[in-house]
Design a protein around this ligand. Structure first.
Ligand code: HEC
Length: 166
C-alpha cells in the first residue's frame, strides 16, 4: 500500500516536472531606451534620412531631385529603411508595447519600412517617395492615439498618455 502511494506520488512529481519543462522560457529581452530615446535616437534619424532622400525641392537653381545618385547613397537609404522596419519589432517588445493598437501601428512601421527597403534596393525613387508617405502616416497615427497633443510641426508634446502593458 505504502509502496503504491509512493509510486503515485513519484509519478505526479515526474509529470509536474515534465509539464514545467515544456513551458516556454521567454527570451531574456532587456529594454534599454525609454520611448523618447527610442524615438529620438532610433526612429527619427532613420525616418529623416528617408524623407530627405525622396521627392523634389525647389531651389534658386530650379527643381532638385532628392533621391540618391550613387550606389552608396542608395545603400544608406536601405540601411535606414532596415533600421525603421526593425524598430517596429523593438516597439512591440514586452516593456515597450502599450497593447493591441500599439502593436498594429508598430506592424505598420515594419511594413512601411520594408517598402522603403525594397525601393532602395531597386533604386526606385517613386516607390521610395510612396514608402516615405506610408511611414509618415504610421508615425502620425500612433502619435494621434498615444500622445495628448501633437503640435503643428508634428513634434510630439511633452505629455504622453502612455501606460505600458506587459
Ligand atoms: C507605436 C507607436 C509609435 C510609433 C509608430 C511612432 N511613435 Fe513617435 N512617439 C510615440 C510615443 C508614445 C511618444 C512619446 C514619448 C515620450 O515623450 O515619452 C513619441 C514621441 C516621438 C517624438 C518626440 C520625442 C520627444 O522629444 O518627446 C518624436 C520626434 C517621434 N516620436 C518620432 C517618430 C517618428 C519619426 C515615427 C515614425 C517613423 C514615430 N515616432 C512613430 C509613439 C510612437
Amino acid at each position: 500500500m505504502r509502496v503504491r502511494h509512493c509510486t503515485t506520488t513519484l509519478l505526479i512529481l515526474l509529470l509536474a516536472a515534465c509539464a514545467k519543462q515544456e513551458a516556454p522560457t521567454p527570451p531574456p529581452f532587456k529594454v534599454v531606451t525609454d520611448h523618447r530615446q527610442t524615438m529620438e535616437w532610433i526612429l527619427d534619424p532613420a525616418a529623416d534620412l528617408i524623407w530627405d532622400s525622396a521627392g523634389t525641392i525647389i531651389t534658386a537653381e530650379g527643381q532638385q531631385e532628392l533621391h540618391p545618385t550613387s550606389d552608396e547613397g542608395w545603400d544608406e537609404v536601405a540601411r535606414n529603411a532596415a533600421i525603421l522596419a526593425e524598430s517596429g519589432n523593438l516597439l512591440m517588445l514586452p516593456g515597450r508595447s502599450a497593447g493591441r493598437d500599439w502593436n498594429e501601428y508598430a506592424s505598420g512601421l515594419i511594413e512601411a519600412g520594408i517598402l522603403a527597403l525594397r525601393a532602395a534596393e531597386a533604386q526606385d525613387s517613386d516607390a521610395l517617395f510612396d514608402a516615405g508617405g506610408r511611414i509618415y502616416q504610421v508615425c502620425l497615427a500612433c502619435h494621434n492615439q498615444y500622445l495628448i497633443e501633437v503640435d503643428d510641426t508634428g513634434e510630439a508634446s511633452d505629455q504622453a498618455t502612455l501606460s505600458a502593458q506587459p
